[in-house]
Design a protein around this ligand. Structure first.
Ligand code: T4K
Length: 399
């Protein structure tokens, strides 16, 4: 328990935690079940190329999402690249800048220009009211991101896409097991792409999946992720290697058996954070809509200290000294990262909400590696910081 400012590690006290608390610590399902699957893979000597576990993982995913087709891929970035190509996007595609840089890179990698659209202040998602003004004769699509697993305004974006004859793709990297108006994310737009990276609440070490209800598109995606092979010795398409391997699929299936437990732990942590942080002025926990299905995998704070003496970055530094490794996704925003910063140096002028968020938002550790007692300590430290803003500021300035 830290009572005084001198107890804070940044002022010479002992760090609150011996082992760092990370954002994105992987969740591990039942180890025995996983190892049994690994032994089976080794016994059968079938390691990749659409093996039995990948097929089973794809079926399980499609069932969870309620979609016709789910294609497992080696990671979401390649999944996005494949979906973008399969949809025939070219020229310009409208995306938020408030996203992981992979969303923009997946376009730029194939020489498609990402056109950055501002986000909505409360949802953190692409603002449909700002999309239409960015459409030009070169625009071929919209790529929305369900940031923190909270759905984009899918209907409004669908209407705009329909009106202007644009493709609509969703980066659903954060959004497995989340719904929008009761319908699972996975079936919106032309396709949606999930990530199962180690840091995601359900992981396959590295991995992803493309979900769609379009038979033709799904067939094309399957060909593209396997070099364009339509059968032995028969390449009918330009393709790449986007396949998921069997070990990843085994991890995915094992995690899937454990999915409800992970969500329950994330939900418990979220409620604990709401409890310990409520009433701390200037710290708001981003809320999830309890009417929808959620995975609660991110604890997102909006930090705006009352006296504005300390900012988000100061608080992050104090937490890091305590070995609470909070993050500041998606600082500094795609438009302030290369190559976009050089290509479009004035992009920020049209992105005031994005720049506001990238300066204020931070994520706290959660998942199965974090428990209530640790969250209590994090809450107590944040409270101590905010209650003593002026004193901390003066001590930091005089160091
Ligand atoms: N679209 C969106 C909206 C995304 O957020 C992402 C990925 C993608 C697309 C692309 O998906 P993938 O191609 O990756 O499938 C991390 C992840 O690497 C990245 O997957 C994720 N989004 C992004 C939000 O976070 P970094 O740069 O923060 O990773 P890193 O290595 O700093 O790790 C984050 C934290 O997790 C650290 O505190 C350490 C901890 N960690 C990490 C790994 C890898 C562990 O405890 N164990 C581990 O094995 O990007």
């Amino acid at each position: 328990m830290k009572k005084n400012l001198s107890d804070l590690a940044v002022f010479g006290g002992e760090p609150a935690f011996t082992d760092p608390l990370h954002v994105g610590r992987p969740n591990v399902g039942d180890r025995q079940n996983f190892l049994e699957r690994i032994n089976d893979i080794l016994d059968r000597r079938w390691f990749t190329n659409h093996g039995q576990y990948v097929k089973e993982f794809e079926r399980t995913l499609a069932e969870l999402l309620g979609v016709e087709h789910c294609t497992a891929v080696c990671n979401a970035t390649v999944g996005l690249e494949i979906a973008i190509k399969a949809l025939g996007m070219s020229g310009e595609v409208i995306i938020p800048s408030f996203t992981f840089v992979a969303t923009a890179h997946a376009l730029q990698w194939q020489e498609i220009t990402p056109v950055f659209c501002d986000v909505d202040r409360s949802s953190h998602n692409i603002d449909p009211r700002r999309v239409e003004e960015l459409i030009t004769p070169r625009t071929t699509g919209i790529l929305g991101v369900h940031v923190w697993g909270r759905p984009c305004e899918v209907e409004a974006l669908g209407d705009i896409a329909c009106k202007h004859d644009l493709k609509l793709l969703f980066d659903a990297a954060h959004a497995l097991n989340c719904s929008s108006n009761g319908k699972m994310i996975g079936s919106f737009g032309d396709a949606e792409v999930f990530s199962f990276h180690a840091t995601k609440f359900l992981n396959t070490f590295e991995g992803g999946a493309i979900a769609t209800n379009n038979d033709e598109l799904a067939a094309q995606i399957r060909l593209m992720k396997n070099f364009g092979f339509a059968g032995s010795d028969n390449v009918i398409y330009l393709g790449t290697n986007g396949k998921m391997n069997e070990v990843s699929a085994a991890m995915g299936l094992t995690s899937m058996e454990y999915l409800d437990d992970i969500v329950a732990v994330n939900n418990r942590n979220y409620l604990d954070y709401l409890r310990v942080l409520s009433g701390i002025p200037g710290i708001d926990v981003l809320q999830y809509n309890e009417q929808e299905k959620q995975n609660y995998q991110y604890i997102v704070l909006d930090v705006d200290p009352v006296n504005a003496l300390l900012n988000r970055n100061d608080i992050l530094d104090i937490l890091h000294a305590e070995r609470i490794l909070a993050r500041r996704y998606f600082y500094p925003g795609c438009h302030r990262s290369e190559p976009y910063r050089s290509l479009i140096p004035h992009a920020g002028e049209l992105l005031p909400e994005t720049e506001r968020l990238t300066d204020r938002v931070m994520q706290l550790p959660t998942g199965t590696a974090v428990d209530t007692s640790e969250i209590e300590i994090i809450g107590q430290i944040l409270n101590l910081i905010i209650q003593n803003e002026a004193e901390i500021k003066s001590r930091l300035d005089n160091r």
